[in-house]
Design a protein around this ligand. Structure first.
Ligand SMILES: Nc1ncnc2c1ncn2[C@@H]1O[C@H](COP(=O)(O)OP(=O)(O)OP(=O)(O)O)[C@@H](O)[C@H]1O
Length: 258
């Protein structure tokens, strides 16, 4: 039997103008599940992800989250401070551009340590040890722990952003095109790293990507969006191998046909 969802979205709409944004979205996310949101540019993927992760108030509908104490929270009925606390503790957000998710003015070690402090760790030695361990886990050179992220390459910054987010073992991670904008070879290695970490930590993830290969590699279930609405949803293999909606068929065939 499937457990209770972690996230429940009911009839969520966030529209900037008619047809621009996302509209009437309902979905559930279960513990340990990776849900991919796919669709062409402008289909509303990022708008939906930002609303799901309590960073953009919708015009209508609700997002419910079951927290670590097993209480259901209605995200947009919470005080802003509580939403921010969730983002620092039980959740992670991996941005497409690492600099949006890192503090560029402090060292790599501090970037990782800050999240640990947010969940109550105070012992400097332990925080540093954990920082070093995570740098190793994401294959960063540990001798650079005191360097600032702006001295890192784009791929290294993305690894650091991943370490910063996952160090506290969040219950839910939101990712927006985490490998977009990186060289193809760097992309492949980061994807490999993400796949390993998601599996090892049994993370629940909502990942936005326009790249169906990324979706195939990471997501168990897909939501296909067009003009702000969900047009198809299902298990990843089913959706990609046997798409039902004409738009999904087009999306899949446009990848296959050069
Ligand atoms: N802050 C904003 N103000 C006004 N319109 C916006 C804003 N953010 C997004 N939009 C519009 O909403 C629509 C959906 O944008 P969104 O970024 O969610 O799409 P997306 O699928 O994530 O696209 P991409 O893959 O290019 O990032 C687009 O038409 C976009 O121009």
């Amino acid at each position: 039997m499937q457990s209770e969802p972690l996230l429940r979205v009911n009839n969520l709409s966030k529209l900037y103008a008619p047809g621009k944004g996302c509209e009437e979205i309902s979905l559930d996310l279960y513990p340990g599940e990776v849900l991919g949101i796919v669709g062409e540019s402008g289909s509303g993927k990022s708008t939906l992800l930002t609303s799901l992760s309590a960073r953009l108030e919708p015009n209508a509908g609700e997002v419910l989250y079951r927290n670590a104490k097993n209480e259901w929270l209605n995200l947009y009925e919470l005080p802003e401070s509580e939403r921010r606390r969730l983002l620092r503790t039980e959740w992670g957000v991996v941005h497409q551009h690492a600099r949006d998710g890192l503090r560029m003015g402090v060292s790599a070690g501090a970037n990782i340590g800050e999240r640990l402090m947010a969940v109550g760790q105070r012992h400097y030695g332990n925080i540093r040890k954990e920082g070093l361990r995570w740098m190793e886990d994401v294959e960063l050179d540990v001798s650079r722990i005191d360097d600032k992220p702006n001295t890192y390459s784009g791929g290294m910054q993305q690894r650091l952003q991943i370490a910063r987010n996952l160090v506290t073992h969040p219950r839910l991670v939101f990712m927006d095109e985490p490998t977009g904008g990186l060289d193809v070879s760097v992309q492949a290695r980061i994807l490999d790293l993400l796949r390993t970490l998601v599996r090892d930590l049994n993370l629940a993830v909502v990942i936005v990507t326009h790249d169906l290969a990324v979706a195939r590699l990471l997501a168990q279930r897909l939501v296909v969006m067009r003009h702000g609405k969900i047009v198809e949803t299902g298990l990843t293999d089913q959706v990609l191998d046997d798409p039902q909606h004409p738009y999904t068929q087009l999306l899949v065939s446009s990848v296959l046909t050069p």
